[in-house]
Design a protein around this ligand. Structure first.
Ligand code: SF4
Length: 562
C-alpha cells in the first residue's frame, strides 16, 4: 500500500453518488487454482522453510522465495486466466483447541475455506510443550500431505490460507507468523487489512523490533511482543486497541488459543464446538466461515463479537473486551454479495438467504421482458435463482464454467481472441439460440470480461443480452482486506451506467440499488439482528468507516491527468 495517506472525515468525500457504476465479484467456487507440473514444483521447491522465528530462518524463507520466482519466470509468456476481473478476498483463518489431531482438523477447516485464498497455506500446532509451524505456497491440499501433517502434533492448532493484499505475495509473508516474546512463542493468523500503520511500525522499530515480513499482520504480534503489560491477555488487549482497520485474528501460544475481531467487525469469525465423546472435554473451533464447521461436525455457537477477545485454555473459555461496544459496526457487505460461500452463516445470517433476496429485489427494481435468466457462474447463480423466481422467467445454465482452469500457456495469437475467458466459460448454444436473455452477475470491475461474456452469448445466438448486477456500482477501492483496483481502474468510478452499458455492449444494464442491497441483507432479521447500519458499504459509497485511507487509490481517473 502506498505511503501517501490522508485523513478523511466521514461524509466529506463527495464521491458517494451512484451515478457511476459497477461492482462485485464471483461466488464460492472461486476455483482460481494453480495447477500444472511447474506449479507443483514451486510448492515442493519452496517448502523447506518452516517457522520464521529467527533471522536465520527468515533467510531460509527468502531462499524459498527465490525458488518461487525462478519457477514463475519460466512462465513469462503465460497468461494467467484466473483473475477473471473479480475482486479477491484476502484470507481464511481457522483454529482448533482440544482435539488430539488439531492440525488435521485445521487442515480440513482450511480446505473448506480455500475460496478465501489460494496463494499459500500454513498451520501451527502445539502439544502443550512445543509450538511448530509449516507454511508453503499453493493450495491447502498441495501443501499439507499426510506426511507433512504428521510433523504437526498436538491438541492446539491455528491455520491460514492466503491471497495477499499487503506485503509481497510470497512465502515470506505466508502465515501463521510466529514471534518470540518475553512470554514465549506466539503465532498469529490474520484476515483483514490494517490501516494507519506508519506510526506503530516506526515506534516498534525504535523499540528494537526486527520485522521478519512485509505483512501488516506482523504489526499486531510485534506490538504484543513489545507490550509491557503483566499478563499475556493484557498485552494482547492493549495491542489490539492500538491498531486500526480490519482484523479477524486467531493466535496461539504453547497452551492457549486467542481469537479477536476489530471493533467495527469488518471480517467474519465464528465459534463452533464439537461435543467430546465418552465424557471427554469439548473441542472448540474458530473459522472465518461456518462452512468449515460442517466438515468437522462442529456446531455453530456464535460469532466472535466486534471488539471482543476470546481465550480458550485448560480452564475453559473466557472473554473480555478490548474496545467499547459503542464503536459503530461496519461488517463487510461484500461477504454476502460474493466472498463467502452461500452455505456459510456470516455475521449471523445465511449468505444464501441474502443472495437470493438480492436477485428478487433486482427483479423488482429492474424488470425487463426476456425468455431466459442466465447466471454468470458460479457467483451469479443464487441471485439468478432469486431473479427468476421473482420474475417468473425460466432459469437455466446458459454458460458452463470449466473449474479446472489454471495458469496456462496461451499462444500470442490466441490472446487477441478472448481465449482466456473462453477457456473458462462456454456458452450453451442449444439454450441461448434465438433467446432474449437476462445475464446475472455480481460485478463489473473493469468491464472487459463482461464485454467478452456478452459477445460470447450473442455469438451463441442470443438475440438480446440484458445485464443485471446484484449489487450497486463499485466506485471506490477497499482498504479492509479485499484486493481491489485503484479508483482509476474501476469502470464505475469513471463512467455512467449508460456508458458502461455501451462499453460492455449489452442491450440494457442495471444494478441493484444500495437500499435494495441492505434490505436484501437484513430482511427477516430479528429486532436485535443485522440492520442496514451494521454494514460497511464503502466500495459503493466512497464513505469509509475508518479515518485513514490511501488518497492515491481513491483519486478518480480525471484527477490523474497531467
Ligand atoms: Fe467490504 Fe467495505 Fe471493503 Fe467494500 S469497502 S469490500 S464493503 S470492507
Amino acid at each position: 500500500m502506498s505511503e501517501l495517506r490522508a485523513k478523511l472525515v466521514a461524509g466529506e468525500d463527495n464521491r458517494s453518488s451512484f451515478d457511476c457504476a459497477a461492482h462485485a465479484v464471483s461466488s464460492f467456487a472461486q476455483d482460481d487454482k494453480f495447477v500444472g507440473d511447474s506449479e507443483q514444483g514451486q510448492i515442493q521447491g519452496s517448502f523447506a522453510t518452516l517457522r520464521m522465528t529467527t533471522s536465520e530462518e527468515c533467510a531460509d524463507a527468502s531462499l524459498g522465495m527465490t525458488a518461487t520466482n525462478e519457477v514463475e519466470n519460466d512462465h513469462e509468456d503465460d497468461v494467467d486466466v484466473t483473475p477473471f476481473d473479480k475482486l479477491r478476498e484476502e484470507c481464511g483463518i481457522m483454529a482448533v483447541y482440544g482435539h488430539p489431531d488439531a492440525a488435521r482438523m485445521t487442515f480440513w477447516g482450511l480446505y473448506a475455506l480455500q475460496h478465501r485464498g489460494q496463494e499459500s497455506a500454513g498451520i501451527a500446532s502445539s502439544d502443550g510443550q512445543e509450538l511448530n509451524d509449516i507454511k508453503g505456497m499453493g493450495l491447502v491440499s498441495e501443501v499439507f500431505t499426510d506426511e507433512v501433517l504428521a510433523r504437526l502434533p498436538g491438541h492446539i492448532a491455528i491455520g491460514h490460507t492466503r491471497y495477499s493484499t499487503t506485503g509481497d505475495s510470497a512465502l515470506l509473508n505466508a502465515q501463521p507468523i510466529s514471534v518470540e516474546s518475553t512470554m514465549g512463542l506466539i503465532a498469529i493468523a490474520h484476515n483483514g487489512n490494517l490501516v494507519n500503520l506508519g506510526n506503530s511500525k516506526a515506534r516498534l522499530e525504535r523499540d528494537g523490533a526486527v520485522f521478519q515480513t512485509t505483512s501488516d499482520s506482523e504489526i499486531i504480534i510485534q506490538l504484543i511482543a513489545h507490550s509491557r503489560c503483566n499478563t499475556l491477555v493484557d498485552c494482547i488487549a492493549e495491542s489490539l486497541a492500538q491498531v486500526d482497520g480490519a482484523f479477524s485474528i486467531v493466535m496461539m501460544t504453547r497452551n492457549r488459543i486467542f481469537a479477536a475481531r476489530d471493533p467495527h467487525g469488518f471480517r467474519p469469525l465464528s465459534i463452533g464446538r464439537i461435543a467430546g465423546a465418552d465424557g471427554a472435554p469439548d473441542t472448540f473451533v474458530f473459522a472465518s466461515e461456518t462452512c468449515a464447521f460442517d466438515l468437522l461436525h462442529a456446531k455453530y455457537e456464535r460469532d466472535v463479537r466486534p471488539g471482543e477477545l476470546v481465550m480458550v485454555s485448560e480452564d475453559g473459555v473466557t472473554s473480555r473486551r478490548f474496545a467499547p461496544e459503542t464503536v459503530p459496526h461496519a461488517s463487510c457487505i461484500f461477504e454476502h454479495v460474493y466472498f463467502a460461500r452461500p452455505d456459510s452463516r456470516i455475521f449471523g445470517r445465511w449468505v444464501q438467504q441474502s443472495r437470493e433476496a438480492m436477485g428478487r429485489q433486482l427483479a423488482r427494481e429492474s424488470a425487463v421482458d426476456a425468455d431466459l435468466v442466465v447466471p454468470v457462474p458460479d457467483s451469479g447463480v443464487t441471485a439468478a435463482l432469486g431473479y427468476a423466481a421473482e420474475s417468473g422467467i425460466p432459469f437455466n445454465f446458459g454458460l458452463i464454467r470449466n473449474h479446472y482452469v489454471g495458469r496456462t500457456f496461451i499462444q500470442p495469437e490466441q490472446r487477441t481472441r478472448d481465449f482466456g475467458v473462453r477457456m473458462k466459460l462456454n456458452p450453451m448454444r442449444s439454450l441461448l439460440e434465438g433467446k432474449r436473455i437476462i445475464l446475472i452477475d455480481d460485478s463489473i470491475i473493469r468491464g472487459t470480461t463482461s464485454r467478452k461474456i456478452v459477445r460470447m452469448c450473442r455469438a451463441a445466438g442470443a438475440t438480446e443480452v440484458h445485464m443485471r448486477i446484484s449489487c450497486p456500482p463499485t466506485i471506490s477501492p477497499c482498504f479492509y482486506g479485499v484486493d481491489t483496483p485503484s479508483k482509476r481502474e474501476l469502470i464505475a468510478a469513471n463512467k455512467s451506467v449508460e456508458e458502461i452499458c455501451r462499453f460492455v455492449e449489452a442491450d440494457s444494464l442495471a444494478y441493484l440499488s444500495l437500499v435494495g442491497l441492505t434490505y436484501s441483507c437484513t430482511t427477516n432479521e430479528p429486532a436485535n439482528g443485522l440492520s442496514p447500519a451494521s454494514f460497511c458499504t464503502a466500495c459503493y459509497t466512497g464513505v469509509y468507516p475508518t479515518q485513514w485511507v490511501d488518497v492515491e487509490d481513491i483519486l478518480p481517473a480525471g484527477a490523474l491527468v497531467g
